[in-house]
Design a protein around this ligand. Structure first.
Ligand code: PGA
Length: 252
């Protein structure tokens, strides 16, 4: 089986200004040659995707977006940004179905799947987020919830997608599941992908997200089946984000 190249993605959420795009060059400098072995990605707010892509030109940092329209074709949809536009602006990935959008914007698995399809149609890669709430974990429903999200949010022709497992109760705080719990859910996701995509599933990366920082990244990367991370707060500054990237065993 071909080794999957680790992907460490930063989600800036609704933070940052044009002046913060200088973090991209600073990140590339700090990551140095490790950028060939571990893929570094920054997803700024859509207003900055194009400038970020300019800043990242010729550097080992890819640029992505945090969301897109579920509609692939151009049309009269005020305020929407299509995956094709983001790709044209230089995005190589689009995060879809982040739990903040599922909760705050009421996004369903169906909508998330349509967005992922639009991203694939634009020739770039969706990062499809799944994750259980604390109540769902306490009720012993993790396998059921995650299984359903992976089946219903990842398109049928979605073997090109990246999956991010982000337990909702771990985002933006300081809690993470135990390493064993992370391993269990990654194995579960992998088995659903195998069932759906057969041999093609071998190339699909599954990231862990939720309170990843310079202190815990190294141990999380040792968990079998973890192909990288999706990082929120700790991706805003090159110093922290580069420490996470360099903590990956493949980086050294
Ligand atoms: P966090 O966010 O790293 O700040 O917990 C992760 C995410 O929401 O993707």
């Amino acid at each position: 089986m071909a080794a999957r190249k680790p992907l460490i993605a930063g989600n800036w959420k609704m933070f940052g200004r044009a002046t913060d795009l200088g973090e991209i060059a600073a990140l590339a400098e700090r990551v140095g040659a490790a950028g060939d072995k571990v893929e570094a990605l920054i997803c700024p707010p859509s207003a900055y995707v194009q400038s970020a892509a300019w800043q990242a030109r010729g550097k080992a940092v890819a640029i992505g977006a945090q969301d897109c329209s579920a509609v692939a074709e151009d049309g009269a949809r005020t305020g929407e940004v299509s995956a094709a536009m983001l790709a044209d602006a230089g995005a190589r990935y689009v995060i879809v179905g982040h739990s903040e959008r599922r909760t705050l914007q009421g996004e369903t698995d169906d909508l998330v799947r349509q967005k992922a399809e639009a991203v694939l149609a634009a020739g770039i890669t969706p990062i499809v987020c799944v994750g259980e709430t604390r109540a769902e974990r306490d009720a012993g429903r993790v396998a059921k919830v995650i299984g359903a999200q992976v089946r219903n949010s990842v398109p049928t022709a979605g073997a090109g997608a990246v999956i991010a497992y982000e337990p909702v109760w771990c985002i933006g705080g300081d809690r993470t599941p135990t390493l064993a719990e992370i391993g269990e859910v990654h194995a579960l996701i992998r088995s659903v992908l195998n069932e759906r995509f057969g041999a093609e599933a071998n190339g699909m990366r599954i990231l862990y997200g939720g309170s990843v920082g310079p202190k815990n990244a190294g141990e999380i990367f040792t968990v079998d089946g973890v192909d990288g991370a999706l990082v929120g707060r700790a991706s805003l500054k090159a110093a922290d984000f580069s420490a996470i990237i360099l903590a990956h065993p493949a980086a050294s």
